[in-house]
Design a protein around this ligand. Sequence first.
Ligand SMILES: [Mg+2]
Length: 441
Amino acid sequence: MVKNLYKIANEKKIKYFLISFVDLFGVLRSKLVPKRAIKEMQKNGAGFAGFASWLDLTPADPDVFGVPDPESLIQLPWNKEVGWLASDLWINGKPLEASPRVMLKNQIKSLKKKGFSMKSGVECEYFLVTAQGNSILDSRDTQSKPCYDQLALMRRYDFIKEICEYMIEMGWGPYQNDHEDANGQFEMNWNHDDCLVTADRHTFFKFMVKTIAEKYGFRATFMPKLFKNMTGNGCHAHISVWKGKKNKFLDKSNDLGLSKIAYNFIGGVIKNASSLSAFFNPSINSYRRINAQHTKSGSSWSPSSISYTGNNRTHMIRIPDPGRFELRLMDGSTNPYLLQASIIAAGLDGLKNNINPGRPLNFNMYEDYKKYPNLPKLPNKLDQSLKKLKDNKDMNAAFGKQVINSYIKLKRAEIKNFKKKEIFDKSKAITKWELKNTLDC
Ligand SMILES: [Mg+2]
């Protein structure tokens, strides 16, 4: 039974709905719709001029319609008059292939054909900075190893508590908040769930953290690498594949607690990692976080090579517990929907082609990488990831050639724009262009 949004509005005293969508660049856009119009909008969607967002449409194309998913409804905990909705984009009476939420749903459908579903959790790191974004907010947060710094965490108690309380109220099951490994950096964790639910919550989390930060007069940023000598913002994801209520990744008889399905899935992620870094690491700035030099704290916590391991944070894939793996490649600028969609597409490739990921590597990658010169490396620049994606036949087939071409075209235009003013050099300071264009990613 489809939820009736008009009826819910009356029951919950919602006056307005934010009908939102995320475009190919991960920008969250929406229309604010009064209750009186929601019946019509629930049926036909809210109209948008597609060219005005990153969807590779022209001004001559017809309107796109954001058809809200009533299951995604969140009554804003800080403004109960407003209900937030994630929507799928439609054009000419059909789902728009370049709508990231539609792209994720297509991958979910493909996985479902094998009888499986994917559950995931994400770890969205962020910095709290001044409203201008030019320095961290807390001038006393200066430890050289600042991870879990209690004083710095508790100076932000009001802000963190407010968001955590909202997550409790929304039923997300938050369970911990901490100061991360860079000065000014925080992370808040909530329970894993079905991957579409997690993608919607990931989208909403970024909106919520930025909004509440503004209320306090500061600014939150998920930018991959804000400071050259500090740890960047990762967005690690924990993944498991299920058949009904059974975790198909779990095999207690295996050393690391993983099944053949899990190893094949990991094999697919390893095989396609370079290409999919175009989605996992979609900003020019992303490539300062991966392949990074050591930071002030002693570790970048981000991968350089394509490898997997057991419970060891120096590799791209970690297996922290039986029945799941953690992919540590993604950064804060990743599109919440394309993150999940890419993992499914890669994993499905692994399942279909029975890909063996090889043996897990158990050394300290940050120290001993020179002893393993033949390990495949992650791309050094966004151009390289885009080229890999373009040449990857399996990923073109999984997502559709047209949408991959659209994405590459838009990203290449962005790089061209960057190159007019700047040169990407990791040994130099972060450019003004990166700050201006990535701070609010
Ligand atoms: Mg973290």
